[in-house]
Design a protein around this ligand. Structure first.
Ligand code: FES
Length: 309
């Protein structure tokens, strides 16, 4: 593949043809914020926080979905770029709960990080605010759509990485939200609780129920572990606090492999002294089940018993 050479912040950068401006800039060590960009499902271009100034372009360019071209001259932090990013953050904060003190995502929230970086302390925009009930119907995942920034990463990961399409954008305009079909709660949907959507959510809209109240991000250390239940080799994070595993969470996509609840539960049982109670859906409702059933080992157990007798 041919190469292209562009200038980013005065530095000449050579990348292969088709590389996005974002990847070219990040590869050269320059910071560009992103909210909706996900390498596993690129070119969405919805949030626009990744805009950069391209010499000769009529408007700021979304760097995540524009390809670098030969001779391009790019500024990643010009006054116009910074102004645009601040406005986007202000618009997002205009309809975002300011409950960082108690939010599970505090310290690990990308919106919070960017507000800090660009010194946006409050929103200058006043208007109607959402007041959705928090959906905690699923035994593993909490959905707080009041905190959703509509980046769509959960929708794309569910559809393109998990191949499921359980959630999607619903309604229009101010009422737009991410919802399962017919805007039901998660428990009534076809969600299989893989947790991949939680792993990609940049804010506190999707969080793990099992991790609620257990610690701040800066108190938790993560260690990557490979599930050995099947030969897919899915990656999970063991979350340690004070040297003890307090929960197993899905690792953010990288390999593009699907994850499964069985794998996460199995690792909980293996590593967590106080694992979550395994719950499975039966006749449309979640009920607690024995571990052998949650891990799908009844058949193995029966065979072992048969052989012992
Ligand atoms: Fe580029 Fe959202 S990260 S548009």
């Amino acid at each position: 593949m041919a190469n292209v050479t562009l200038t980013i912040n005065g530095v000449q950068v050579t990348v292969s043809e088709g590389t996005s401006i974002l990847d070219a800039a990040r590869g050269a060590g320059f910071f560009i914020p992103t909210l909706c960009h996900d390498p596993a499902s690129p070119n969405f271009g919805a949030c626009r926080i990744c805009v950069v100034e391209v010499k000769g372009a009529r408007a700021l360019v979304a760097s995540c979905s524009a390809a670098a071209t030969n001779g391009m001259v790019v500024e990643t932090e010009s006054p116009a770029v910074v102004e645009a990013r601040k406005t986007i953050i202000e618009l997002l904060l205009a309809n975002h709960p300011a409950d960082c003190l108690t939010c599970e995502k505090n310290g690990d929230c990308v919106l919070q990080e960017y507000a800090y970086r660009y010194d946006v302390r409050s929103s200058g925009f006043e208007g109607e605010r959402h007041s959705y009930p928090v959906d905690d119907s699923n035994p593993y995942i909490i959905r707080d759509m009041n905190k959703c920034i509509l980046c769509g990463k959960c929708v794309r990961t569910c559809e393109q990485v998990e191949d499921r399409q359980v959630i999607n954008f619903a309604y229009r305009g101010f009422k737009t939200k991410i919802a399962p079909a017919m805007d039901t709660n998660l428990a009534e949907s076809d969600c299989v609780s893989c947790g991949r959507c939680v792993a990609v959510c940049p804010v506190g809209a999707l969080t793990y129920k099992s991790m609620a109240g257990k610690g701040r991000s800066y108190e938790i250390e993560k260690d990557q572990v490979t599930c050995s239940f099947c030969d897919a080799g899915c990656q999970f994070n063991l979350n340690y606090k004070a040297g003890k595993v307090i929960g197993v969470t899905a690792k953010e996509p990288g390999s593009g492999r699907p994850l499964c609840l069985k794998g996460r539960l199995g690792l909980e049982l293996l590593y967590n002294e106080k694992p979550v109670a395994p719950m499975l859906k039966k006749d449309g409702a979640y009920v607690e089940v024995p571990w052998v059933e949650a891990l799908g080992l009844e058949g193995v157990l029966e065979k072992l018993k048969e052989r012992e007798n």
